[in-house]
Write a protein that binds this ligand. Structure first.
Ligand SMILES: [Zn+2]
Ligand SMILES: [Zn+2]
Length: 341
């Protein structure tokens, strides 16, 4: 494709074994994108069940960080985990799968937890001090390990919806954990790569991205922050451990402060560069309680939600991305470098 005028490139997404349409016209600015800035449901006033003092309006807590002499389900906590009151999944339904006529269905067995990151309503994750971000990550990791101990669960998905266009229904900063009895196949490209090459796709990508630097945003002792080659979302960014680790549960406490620092820098630069966008944060990790499948390497994805998916995505399943990851990485990298903190 060198030397010819092209308006876009269709790039192969090796992880998902799919295609992404990347516009190469650099004139597109975040402010030209169809979804306006913020969209964060930030301003929603009124009653909030996640605020300190409202503990009795959530289901009884699963875990909370608070001094041990204080009673549970009351004030004084710093991070609090509760069941999601409005989940589509429940632990009370037995795991049933059946076929009726030509159709198949299964019961909504699963667990769904909310991790409330702060007792204060307006304390967003990227504003928090590093130690606090690390303690949130520690709680997510600990819940992950605890849930993985239940053989019925095969897949644990940690995620965060920030803002209206990322699907947040409550503005009080929180993460969620959904645990399911089956494994989605969105990583089939990475799994095939591992079985064909006997190597980890992500480890190979990390090595390449550090060498080429085009899409590299930040590198620390143990983590890299990059825009992937074929990002589905504008300014989609990944934070990966440099050493091969399949499972988020393997994250060591000694590295969580370093991870928090990388995450904070990334989130601050995204919020700053893109005028306070909605975003999803997702922790991708290997399935649990299944025979070992090579190909997984855990990482955090942060995907700002700046465009509305169109008929092309609906029809083909190919995502359209109007901003190249090289451009996005350069923008975020410069923003981080220009910051004094
Ligand atoms: Zn609140
Ligand atoms: Zn790897």
């Amino acid at each position: 494709l060198e030397g010819v005028l092209i308006l876009s490139e269709i790039r192969k997404d090796l992880v998902r074994d799919n295609w992404v349409v990347i516009a190469t016209d650099r004139a597109v600015k975040p402010s030209n994108l169809p979804v306006p800035a913020l969209g964060s449901a930030k301003k929603a006033a009124g009653f909030c069940p996640f605020c300190e003092g409202n503990e009795k309006f959530t289901p009884p807590e699963i875990l909370a960080l608070r001094p041990s002499d204080l009673p549970s389900n009351d004030t004084g906590w710093s991070v609090r985990v509760v069941p999601n009151k409005f989940s589509a999944y429940g632990m009370d339904t037995p795991l049933i799968r059946e076929s009726v006529d030509m159709y198949t269905r299964q019961s909504g067995f699963g667990s769904h937890e909310v991790v409330i990151e702060s007792p204060e309503h307006d304390q967003e994750l990227h504003f928090q001090p590093l130690e606090k971000i690390a303690s949130v990550i520690g709680v997510l990791r600990d819940r992950y390990l605890q849930i993985a101990g239940d053989e019925r669960f095969k897949f644990i998905q940690i995620y965060k919806n920030r803002g209206l266009f990322a699907g947040a229904s409550l503005s009080h900063s929180h993460c969620q954990i959904i645990s399911l009895p089956y494994v989605p196949d969105q990583f089939k490209g990475a799994v095939n790569y591992a079985s064909e090459n006997s190597r980890c796709l992500f480890c190979d990508m990390i090595e390449l991205e550090i060498r080429k630097k085009e899409r590299l945003i930040l590198e620390t002792d143990n983590f890299v922050v990059v825009c992937p080659y074929a990002p589905r979302f504008t300014y989609e960014t990944w934070i990966l451990p440099k050493n091969h680790q399949e499972n988020f549960g393997e994250l060591d406490d000694s590295k969580s402060l370093e991870l928090s620092q990388a995450l904070k820098k990334l989130l601050v630069s995204i919020v700053d560069t893109l005028d306070d966008p909605s975003y999803n944060l997702v922790v991708h990790t290997a399935p649990v309680n299944v025979p070992h499948v090579p190909g997984y390497h855990w990482f955090i994805e942060v995907s700002p939600r700046l465009i509305v998916q169109s008929g092309v995505e609906v029809a083909t399943g190919y995502f359209m991305n109007p901003i190249s990851p090289e451009w996005a990485a350069e923008t975020l990298r410069k923003n981080i470098l220009n910051r004094k903190d």
